[in-house]
Design a binder for this molecule. Structure first.
Ligand SMILES: *[C@@H]1O[C@H](CO)[C@@H](O)[C@H](O)[C@H]1NC(C)=O
Ligand SMILES: *[C@@H]1O[C@H](CO)[C@@H](O)[C@H](O)[C@H]1NC(C)=O
Ligand SMILES: *[C@@H]1O[C@H](CO)[C@@H](O)[C@H](O)[C@H]1NC(C)=O
Ligand SMILES: *[C@@H]1O[C@H](CO)[C@@H](O)[C@H](O)[C@H]1NC(C)=O
Ligand SMILES: *[C@@H]1O[C@H](CO)[C@@H](O)[C@H](O)[C@H]1NC(C)=O
Length: 482
């Protein structure tokens, strides 16, 4: 009898606690059946907590401290703050079969969605805890600087960590986000986004593991983040699968430190609309392949972009990765035709060949670079790249790895992908209206015979140089400028 009374009192208390918590708009996932043993799949429990929170008009969904909650895919809803407490972890289920929704709609070959959400308003993810994509469990054999990708037939099951399709007022802050198997934070058609104070740690050998992808998004601020990712750290683009969301514009990135096996700060390659009004400021790029890259490969344009106050340290890696240690890279080439993996979803509907849009009005200012290669500007026609300004760019070129140099990388494109050419501080090939002000080039002690000029320029009708300091790599043999 006494036991029963106690049981009833306890049940009552628990109920009261739950109701009280909900009255405070707190929805703790363990109250919805989640078990933090690191083994049980909690997707249903987490979804229940999120749905209850959303239905009640919004609040905080808590992932409580001290536990790892394994989970398959679930969706965020409007007015929900997903709060992952310090020392709590959400871990992606390693079972490929639970990932069924494509990250790119009918294009099923480029990964699936783990944490998703569509048409979201007022969503926050925070709390100082960890979101872990369990990426290595989706990889094949480990090679020297990458993992082999497992073969697949139609659906590539590797989950993207977060995919939001359509969003307004999205906040992501103060979290560790790590080990994604594919892109990490993919924001499509989002307006008014702030990402701040996150530590994003992907395995540097995982291909396609981009850090932050802003796709057709607007009015985005990224600040005070630390990002390490195999593929691009921060990438702006316009994918064809999400065409209806329009331009990518008004983006600022500041105070970030980044490392990538591909390109730390990148615009492109997919761009079927406009990318404009973008500022990257106060960033440090270390141990990367490329530093800053504009890689336009579709009919969209890139205009009015500033990169300023940066330190870039870049090196050569194997051909698995796009990039040949170019500290600054601006290229415009149409991509390869059909029968290439790159082709089927990239061209306008019905077309078997693409076009490339213009890149113009781009400013690089106060950037200190140490690299194995030079600044590369190159397009398929002169009018595709115009109005590029280099102000106070200081370069030091030095051979620091055993990887093959004396090459520039134009992939993915119609013509030859990796082209041989002497390594110069600045190498310009087919562009117009380029400006150099107060720049310098020095060479390190480690100088292979393909190290060459301060500047080589071919097919650039207007090139204005004001104060470019430096000698060629072999001053007795080569002139400074070719
Ligand atoms: C979203 O949050 C903002 C304040 O951050 C508020 O002004 C706005 O009304 C909210 N939107 C909706 C649809 O509730
Ligand atoms: C981008 O900013 C400009 C200038 O403030 C503004 O006119 C424009 O509406 C913004 N674009 C979007 C899509 O909000
Ligand atoms: C960047 O860091 C500087 C120095 O710590 C700080 O003054 C500035 O407010 C930061 N900027 C942003 C956008 O957080
Ligand atoms: C180049 O540097 C000199 C000396 O620091 C300065 O006076 C001049 O304004 C600079 N020019 C440009 C175009 O930045
Ligand atoms: C250049 O690289 C070589 C070989 O890695 C290294 O010894 C040297 O310190 C580097 N820096 C300079 C300025 O030469």
């Amino acid at each position: 009898m006494a036991k029963r009374i106690i049981a009833v009192i306890c049940a009552g208390l628990l109920w009261c606690m739950q109701v009280t918590a909900q009255e405070n708009n707190i929805y703790t996932i363990t109250n919805y059946g989640a078990i933090g043993d690191g083994k049980t799949d909690n997707a249903r429990a987490i979804q229940k907590a999120i749905d209850a929170c959303n239905t009640a008009g919004g609040g905080r969904v808590v992932v409580p401290a001290g536990h790892t909650f394994l989970t398959g895919p679930f969706d965020l809803r409007s007015f929900v703050e997903l709060y992952i407490e310090t020392n709590a972890r959400l871990l992606a289920n390693p079972d490929e079969r639970v990932y069924t929704k494509s990250a790119f709609r009918d294009n099923k070959g480029e990964g699936t969605i783990w944490i998703g959400g569509e048409n979201l308003v007022n969503v926050t993810i925070d709390g100082n805890g960890i979101i872990d994509g369990n990426g290595i469990s989706f990889m094949g054999a480990e090679l020297e600087d990458s993992y082999v990708l497992k073969p697949f037939t139609v659906v590539d099951p590797r989950p993207h960590l977060l995919t939001i399709v359509g969003g307004k007022n999205i906040r992501i802050r103060d979290l560790t986000i790590r080990n994604s198997a594919y892109w990490t934070l993919h924001l499509i058609g989002c307006d008014d986004v702030a990402i701040t104070g996150i530590t994003l740690l992907n395995n540097l050998k995982v291909r396609n593991s981009d850090g932050i992808d802003l796709d057709h998004s607007k009015n985005v601020r990224i600040t005070n983040c630390y990002i390490e990712s195999g593929d691009d750290c921060i990438c702006l683009k316009n994918r064809r699968e999400y065409e209806e969301f329009g331009v990518c514009e008004n983006i600022t990135v500041s105070n970030c430190t980044m490392t990538s096996r591909s390109c730390a700060v990148k615009i492109g390659s997919e761009n079927m609309d406009s990318i404009r009004h973008v500022v990257f400021n106060n960033c440090v790029i270390t141990k990367s392949n490329r530093g800053i890259g504009i890689q336009n490969r579709d009919e969209g344009t890139v205009t009015d972009v500033i990169f300023s106050n940066m330190v870039v340290d870049s090196h050569l890696f194997s051909d698995v990765w796009w990039g040949k240690s170019e500290p600054i890279y601006v290229t415009a080439y149409r991509r390869a035709k059909a029968n290439n993996k790159d082709a089927s979803w990239r061209f306008p509907k019905g077309a078997t060949e693409g076009k490339v849009g213009k890149v113009s009005n781009i400013f690089f200012s106060n950037i200190k670079c140490r690299s194995e290669n030079g600044v590369y500007v190159s397009a398929e026609a002169m009018d595709k790249i115009t109005g590029i300004h280099f102000d106070n760019i200081d370069l030091q070129l030095n051979k620091t790895t055993n990887s093959m140099g004396g090459v520039y990388d134009r992939r993915p494109c119609m013509v030859e992908g990796i082209v041989k050419a002497p390594t110069s501080g600045f190498y310009f090939d087919t562009a117009d209206s380029l400006n150099i002000n107060n720049c310098s080039v020095v060479w390190g002690n480690s100088r292979p015979n393909y190290f060459a000029y301060v500047l080589e320029s071919n097919r650039v009708p207007v090139l204005v140089i004001k104060n470019l300091e430096g000698q060629s790599a072999f001053p007795g043999k080569l002139p400074a400028i070719k």
